[in-house]
Ligand binder design. Structure first.
Ligand SMILES: *Cc1c(COP(=O)(O)O)cnc(C)c1O
Length: 403
């Protein structure tokens, strides 16, 4: 009799505890589910957590990035530089703001945007840089800020992977003028959908609040509160990007869990590194000194030149054996829209393409059970180890082999 296949391990499935369930029910029963006191509390606690003066809650990181563009005055005729190895939203918002997305290639080792490549892409029209902390590893902010100062550019951080990230002793969210976080279901903490922008600039914070709620003046969410009805003024054509108290009530519970979860993923990171050391994969880059890596994604790069199958076949095989995986990311310049509309060619960013062809994300959540971790390790070892090309060297993972 064939034994039943154990349950499928879904990639990026979030942990939701009884506290989250209770908080949602309490908020529903409170009579106030829209933007209100819970959202306020989430903003205050999140600002404190990252060490920023202000935090503005919105309904996604995409919204956060969009209003960041608008509040910093990015618009038609401007160019914004970012990495091609990121989620589509990072570059899409540049287009939403009416500006031109300009990609700069990555460093193969860190997988983050290469400051030297940023320099090569600066023109008279360059207005801002969106710096992405890919996988939770901090991007080289010192170099990027130096370039920004020299050319009078704005730095906006896409910290969707970087809730726990610190750079040279400072928490991400407290460093650049604007930092955008995501609470999408697969991120290190979730509010189902949600985002946050942190800043130390009071004027920017106010402007982003206005942009994220129809362009209404003052605290328009409180216009129906027990303090009586207040008129509002529409001061600009804003968007409908506000977070709800239902979402904030989940976010508040999850924020408490963030430090403990990071410790669990730190241990799993080392365990995966050890377990895959003899496979034809490039291990994740070593941590930068004096930084905290948020350990958002564990992404071994397959040494496909020494394997009999490609990345997509490896993912297909893992899927057949009950293990979900992801790709972070297929580089944006390879996608139809960016090729057709902005004229990018596959060879424009060789490093981003190199990583894009080889990267794969394994389930990497603090929620995984010991049994599940063992299954992931054994299955990945079996699939990738079994696909090693005969006669190829056992161990490709040197920096020299990457560049
Ligand atoms: C998830 C993600 C976003 C978008 O976040 P949403 O909250 O889903 O809008 C933006 N940038 C990066 C790098 C992401 O991973």
């Amino acid at each position: 009799m064939a034994s039943a296949q154990p349950p499928y391990i879904v990639f990026g499935s979030p942990y939701i505890g009884q506290e989250e369930v209770d908080a949602v029910i309490a908020t529903m029963r409170s009579g106030w589910m829209g933007t209100g006191p819970r959202t306020n509390e989430f903003e205050t606690k999140f600002a404190k957590y990252v060490g920023a003066k202000y935090a503005v809650a919105v309904n996604s990181c995409t919204a956060a990035l969009h209003v960041s563009m608008l509040a910093s005055g990015v618009g038609a005729g401007d160019e914004v530089i970012t990495t091609p190895l990121t989620f589509a939203a990072t570059a899409n918002v540049i287009v939403h703001a009416g500006a031109t997305p300009v990609f700069a290639d990555i460093n193969r080792e860190t997988q983050s945007i290469d400051p030297a490549e940023i320099r090569r892409k600066i023109t008279k029209k360059t207005k801002a840089i969106i710096a992405v902390h890919l996988l939770g590893r901090p991007v080289d902010l010192d170099a990027i800020h130096a370039i920004a100062r020299e050319h009078n550019l704005l730095v906006i951080e896409d910290a969707a992977h970087a809730i726990e990230t610190s750079y040279h002793g400072k928490k991400v969210g407290s460093i650049s003028p604007l930092t955008c976080f995501s609470f999408y279901v697969t991120k290190n903490m979730t509010s189902v959908e949600g985002g946050m922008i942190t800043t130390n600039d009071e004027k920017l914070a106010g402007l982003m609040r206005t942009y994220s709620l129809h362009g209404l003046s003052r605290d328009a969410w409180s216009r129906f509160s027990d303090k009586g009805y207040k008129h509002y003024e529409v001061v600009l054509p804003g968007f409908k990007y506000n977070m709800t108290d239902l979402q904030a009530s989940i976010g508040l519970c999850q924020l408490e869990r963030v430090p403990g979860w990071l410790k669990v993923r730190d241990v799993l990171w080392e365990r995966y590194n050890k377990a895959f050391a003899d496979l034809p994969v490039f291990a994740p880059a070593k941590d930068e000194p004096n930084t905290v890596h948020a350990r958002h994604l564990y992404t071994p790069l397959l040494d496909i030149d020494n394997m009999t199958i490609g990345r997509d076949e490896v993912m297909g095989e893992l899927h057949k054996r009950g293990i979900g995986s992801g790709v972070h990311y297929r580089a944006l310049h390879l996608h139809e829209y960016y090729r057709k509309t902005w004229g990018y060619e596959p060879d424009d960013f060789p490093n981003a393409r190199w990583v894009s062809d080889r990267t794969l994300s394994l389930p990497f959540s603090a929620k995984l059970s010991e049994e599940e971790i063992v299954r992931i390790i054994d299955t990945f070892r079996d699939v990738v180890g079994g696909a090693r090309r005969k006669g190829s060297a056992g161990k490709p993972a040197t920096t020299a082999a990457r560049s």
